[in-house]
Design a protein. Structure first.
Lengths: 434, 434
């Protein structure tokens, strides 16, 4: 419905996402830490406090009550895409995470380096969690030795005509992730992600042969099996050819084969000209999925703010992502998460200066999901949400915290409604019916 | 589900709709106006305040968060009909708005008088916004000269048998609206609204020929084209026959062809005997769409209250509509909107006297949509909602205002759930399951 109502106007929307900002209260062990307060409650945030008093607040569930979202669904929801309807395959997310850009025809998979015994049975699904450096070396070797696979498959003698599935080459890309993880991308035409995984997800079994789930995926399954066999012989060459002794990473396990999801872009759905400012590849990738221009930026919060200022005139929707709130949450580092929130607070006046350049501009601050330091992980707790616009009734919130937002005037809503609310307050939606 | 649970009982429900009552806070320019308060917050409403303290409150979205509804969808939702599922065509709404009653077979369209040049190209889609008086004269002329159209069409010589679509006459009604707007109704059988519009929605083009979108609509499209041609020759007669010189309104443009939506009536769905008290045709029409008896009433709020008293014993559901809150909102007249709210407040004790006649009666006060004086238009802001019944837990609301309702015990909900809540509190719903 929003798509039929959206209007192209000049007013701007700034969506500031503090990744994982929601937390849980921590009882004081040190006198310097608040008694039973969350990270947001503990932080000294004079600018956010002042803003909250002029804003309307609420809480959002990224997916549904009780559901802990990954970064993919949490962001899709904030971008206005129902994350249950639009699921991003694991392989695609991993590819975005290492900064590989995908074309609609490509297939990405998440890979693990693993250890198999002499019989080919899996001893360790993570190859003893080899270091990222070793991983990088192995990936480089695989990439050099397998940069394309003939779609006709090894079963065809050279020169013979290929059958129904064509014989064109498929390009292979192997990109290292952290520790034992890597990303595998096949680029070519006629690829189909409806194939089985090769990771049996337990030790004592051999890796599985990849099988097509539909006839159209036969070529892809064949390519996967060729890749696995080639990778195996490279990682664990015959004794006579051995270059580097027995290695723990002597096998690959593949799962989460996926293509890019088919999404109508924000430009088309919401008539926005959207841009993303984010430092981590995953978030840059997610933003590009929905059509945002991903702007070049540096690694600090200050760099990101400078980028925002630089491009402010050129777009009318900005997604500004700050990662460190989540990183410190994941580390269980309550104090540093508090410090990052305090650092962000210092930039609020600069952001407001931009927002105030036009009366119908809208400024939203929220998280994608919560990452309480006490849980050291993403959680299901709803996200504090703040909306600042000329066209609101300010509620009673005195600060931008979980507890103040609980009583907020926007109530408790699904994050997928955040975009309609932002568009409405920026006067970018026509009336529904007469 | 409600339909299977609804019980016929004597308890009464009074739904008082203050059209567009929700507002936005206005900064004081005159000392008499509140500092940063909405119309409801500014108004002195001792009776509503006292009622709010014994009630449970909340906020409703007529359609969805961020969506600004027209009066049609906003009312359907309050009457318990999902406004996305049941969309009322533009022509039908216009017909209701001028007080034309429609039968299920009829087709209504919204018309514009327009100006075309010698080549028949549109110069002005609104004929220079002719006055309502001129409009009334033109409509009278059209109505006199075209009161029926032969369904067989002009292409058939007189006396010849018509084909598959029959040859019966279709009655034509032309009703003036405001300025350049009119309503066109075709009454007959076998009419089908699946036809294209004749309004190209831009100048410099000729009006479009009406085309059927499905074979069943061929007859209707033919009738529309006959009407347009006849109207054109009447409005802009050949020079030799010219009665009144060059007129700006020398063409008609038609759009929004629609039949009545197919709705199960409130009687059947909710086992109610419903009545409507409203002064404006649009709301009387909307109420009749869902099966309400539309009561004769005068034009003041007092008249409406007297009508309610008169019919109180005869029905068990009353929709009492007050228009002026919306009218002053649309005019941007904050002060008069406040005064109307204060006037309504005076009648609250009389309404409560009626409600108190039986212990299980329910009284709801809400808006259909918000119309902040500051926006001079309908808006997306949720509606304050108050429910008074013996069977509630009063919340902390001290007044019937947007901000008090934000923290209300009913929370933030979709207006389509208002009817189930009213039925439940009136003990009109059976248990679901065992």
């Amino acid at each position: 419905m929003i798509e039929e109502l959206a209007l192209k106007t000049d007013s701007k929307i700034l969506l500031l996402v503090l990744d994982g900002v929601g937390g849980l209260p921590k009882k004081a062990r040190l006198p310097s830490v608040g008694q039973g307060y969350t990270e947001l409650e503990t932080a000294k945030t004079p600018n956010l406090d002042k803003l909250a008093q002029k804003s309307i607040t609420g809480l959002t569930d990224a997916v549904a009550p009780g559901i802990t979202p990954g970064s993919g669904p949490a962001h899709l929801s904030l971008f206005g895409y129902n994350p249950i309807k639009y699921q991003i395959g694991r392989g695609v997310l991993e590819a975005l995470g290492v900064g590989v850009s995908l074309n609609p025809e490509d297939i990405a998979a998440r890979g693990n380096f693993a250890t198999v015994d002499a019989e080919g049975l899996i001893i360790d699904r993570r190859a003893g969690r080899i270091s990222t450096e070793v991983n990088q070396k192995i990936c480089k070797r695989l990439q050099t030795e397998i940069n394309k696979i003939c779609a006709g498959g090894t079963s065809l003698p050279d020169g013979q005509q290929a059958g129904a599935f064509g014989r064109e080459n498929v390009k292979v890309e192997v990109m290292p992730g952290k520790e034992h993880r890597f990303v595998l991308v096949f680029r070519g035409s006629g690829l189909d992600e409806r194939i089985t995984e090769t990771d049996p997800q337990k030790t004592g079994n051999p890796p599985l042969i990849c099988k097509p789930l539909v006839p159209e995926a036969e070529k892809t399954a064949r390519i996967v099996n060729i890749f696995v066999n080639k990778a195996k012989s490279i990682l664990s060459p015959p004794r006579s050819d051995k270059r580097s002794g027995t290695e723990p990473a002597n096998m690959v396990l593949l799962r989460g084969f996926a293509k890019l999801p088919k999404l109508k872009l924000m430009q088309e759905r919401f008539k926005l000209t959207p841009a993303a400012i984010a430092t981590y590849p995953m978030y840059r990738g997610l933003a590009s999925l929905v059509g945002m221009d991903v702007l070049e930026t540096g690694y600090t919060i200050e760099d990101e703010i400078l980028t925002l200022k630089k491009y402010w005139k050129q777009y009318n929707f900005f997604y500004l992502h700050i990662k460190k709130t989540d990183s410190f949450g994941e580390d269980g580092n309550f104090e540093n998460k508090v410090k990052i929130i305090e650092e962000i607070d210092k930039y609020v006046p600069i952001l407001l200066e931009l927002v105030h350049q036009s009366t119908d501009n809208v400024f939203v601050i929220t998280g994608d999901h919560s990452t309480p330091s006490l849980l050291k992980a993403h959680s299901w707790h709803p996200n504090p949400f703040l909306l600042y616009s000329k066209w609101i009734i300010p509620d009673s919130a005195k600060r931008f915290t979980e507890r103040e937002c609980m009583r907020g005037g926007l109530g408790h809503f699904n994050a997928v409604d955040a975009i309609p609310l932002m568009l409405a307050h920026a006067l970018k939606l026509k009336k529904f019916g007469a």
